[in-house]
Design a protein. Structure first.
Length: 385
């Protein structure tokens, strides 16, 4: 029964129609704190800003030095698109493999589309005097969205007809921290289920949500958020999982924040120091899920793409019964913060009278138990004899 439950919990389901990955994550999911380098400077050049992973697990990334778009599958370069667009800041690929990218610093200007026959077309009316720092294509309404960081605005255009006008979907152009304004916004994400727009409002240290068609946002995370969340220091990117939980690049804190049933907590780079070790990041800039729920981070100042594996079934503790996604309330023997599931397990095994333990996701606190009550659903992980 438990095996079946675990099996059901770990099924990853994609959302059809979209080109990117919004995995359905297991309850209480967590990721290995140590990343592996999937792509490095030798392959992708310096100062990578954005990349894209489609549902076939192909990674698209501009080499900003050479002006090529590189396609990787399982770590191997499978294609390079030589289009002579250097310094491109953002890329998005739709479900018919059309590539949208920033071509501000090229003869094309603004943003352009590369069709599957590798012809490049500037997108009409998008030749604005400011660079797009993030692009998002919404398959539901065939709109392309662009984050004009230097103009503190998000704009959108329908791709159905060339003459469709540009519209402002967030920000007034004046840098400020009111519900209608933004300050140096970077990453954007549209929830295709309802066209809600999420904005990484870097300069205001917050993530804003503009409900579809509204120009007044609410603060989901960060400075002055409606619910108590977590402090952000220049968020630069957001992605949503299947259940519309947010995953955020907290760039100036060099860490990744994730949301689950219990709110927001740090997932990666949580030691708050910046660096180049496998458990560290240095000004990460964007993130994406692969189809399996692993997190890929563009670790900008380290010139690398890091992969953090979803740790779904490596929970084990000797002959204890594992309860992923459960708390065992009460009966605390002692506790300690900043543990991992493995170190919490080892500790329990070494303590006489430890009958069970719970690893809290928030703060990574390990609680040893001298007995246990009924387990209940929570985004923590537990084990008991
Ligand atoms: C991460 O790496 C460190 C140092 O190599 C190691 O001590 C730690 O156990 C690793 N953590 C996991 C979850 O593998
Ligand atoms: C970068 O990756 C390539 C291919 O995986 C590898 O051969 C090379 O040694 C790496 N370079 C550095 C500096 O790590
Ligand atoms: C990407 O750019 C770097 C720096 O110019 C270069 O050394 C590297 O060969 C390029 N990568 C590919 C796959 O061409
Ligand atoms: C994904 O791969 C399948 C099978 O190889 C192929 O039919 C499909 O066109 C691919 N989709 C994209 C978006 O590349
Ligand atoms: C990229 O493609 C061009 C032309 O197809 C080729 O000459 C070049 O060697 C390729 N570069 C890499 C790094 O594969
Ligand atoms: C690439 O673009 C630069 C300037 O935009 C130009 O000088 C150069 O000739 C172009 N190279 C190719 C191969 O088109
Ligand atoms: C590259 O882009 C940055 C902004 O992202 C800009 O400041 C710089 O001038 C650009 N360089 C070139 C050579 O276009
Ligand atoms: C490339 O495809 C577009 C439409 O997808 C078409 O309009 C254009 O003529 C094609 N170009 C070439 C060179 O085949
Ligand atoms: C938080 O927001 C308030 C106004 O909403 C602003 O005055 C303040 O500077 C912000 N603080 C930070 C750290 O961003
Ligand atoms: C605040 O938290 C409540 C309860 O979890 C939730 O229903 C609500 O949507 C949250 N509000 C925002 C703005 O995230
Ligand atoms: C956390 O950072 C401190 C100071 O940089 C370092 O001494 C310590 O080893 C780090 N701990 C881990 C688990 O990485
Ligand atoms: C668990 O394993 C230990 C050591 O192998 C053994 O002494 C103990 O009886 C086992 N407990 C259960 C409940 O099977």
């Amino acid at each position: 029964m438990l095996n079946l439950l675990i099996f059901l919990l770990f099924i990853i389901i994609g959302i059809s129609g979209i080109s990117y990955n919004r995995p359905r994550l297991p309850f209480g999911a967590f990721w290995n704190e140590n990343g592996t380098t999937i792509l490095n400077k030798t392959l992708i050049g310096s100062d990578p800003l954005d990349f894209f992973i489609n549902q076939n697990n192909t990674i698209y990334i501009p080499n900003r030095s050479t002006g090529q778009i590189l396609l990787f599958f399982q770590g191997n370069l499978i294609k390079n698109v030589s289009i002579n667009v250097t310094n491109s800041s953002t890329i998005f690929v739709n479900n018919i493999n059309a590539i949208y990218l920033d071509t501000f610093y090229s003869i094309y200007g603004g943003i352009s589309q590369i069709t599957s026959n590798l012809t490049i077309y500037p997108i009409s009316r998008m030749n604005i005097c400011s660079q797009c720092f993030d692009l998002f294509y919404n398959d539901q309404n065939e709109m392309i969205y662009c984050s004009l960081s230097e103009r503190h605005q998000i704009i959108a255009k329908s791709l159905v007809n060339d003459w469709n006008p540009l519209s402002v979907v967030g920000g007034t152009g004046r840098p400020d921290s009111t519900p209608t304004t933004l300050r140096r916004p970077y990453g954007i994400f549209i929830d295709e289920a309802n066209s809600d727009l999420y904005v990484a409002d870097c300069g205001n240290n917050r993530v804003q949500k503009f409900s579809s068609g509204k120009l007044t946002a609410i603060t989901k995370v960060g400075n002055n958020s409606i619910n108590l969340t977590i402090n952000l220091n220049c968020p630069t990117a957001i992605v949503l999982d299947f259940d519309a939980y947010l995953f955020i690049v907290d760039s100036d804190n060099s860490r990744i924040i994730g949301e689950n049933q219990n709110g927001f907590h740090c997932l990666i780079g949580c030691n708050v120091s910046t660096g180049s070790a496998s458990n560290q990041l240095n000004q990460p800039w964007s993130l994406n899920f692969d189809p399996y729920g692993n997190i890929f981070v563009n670790d900008r100042r380290n010139n690398r793409i890091q992969k953090f594996d979803l740790d779904s079934n490596t929970l084990n503790c000797s002959n204890m019964t594992i309860l992923p996604g459960y708390d065992l309330p009460g009966y605390d023997l002692m506790s300690q913060p900043s543990m991992t599931f493995a170190s919490c397990c080892t500790w329990c095994l070494s303590v006489v009278n430890c009958k069970a333990f719970t690893m809290e996701t928030l703060g990574n606190r390990c609680f040893l138990k001298y007995a246990y009550g009924s387990p209940y659903s929570k985004a923590d992980n537990s084990a008991r004899y």
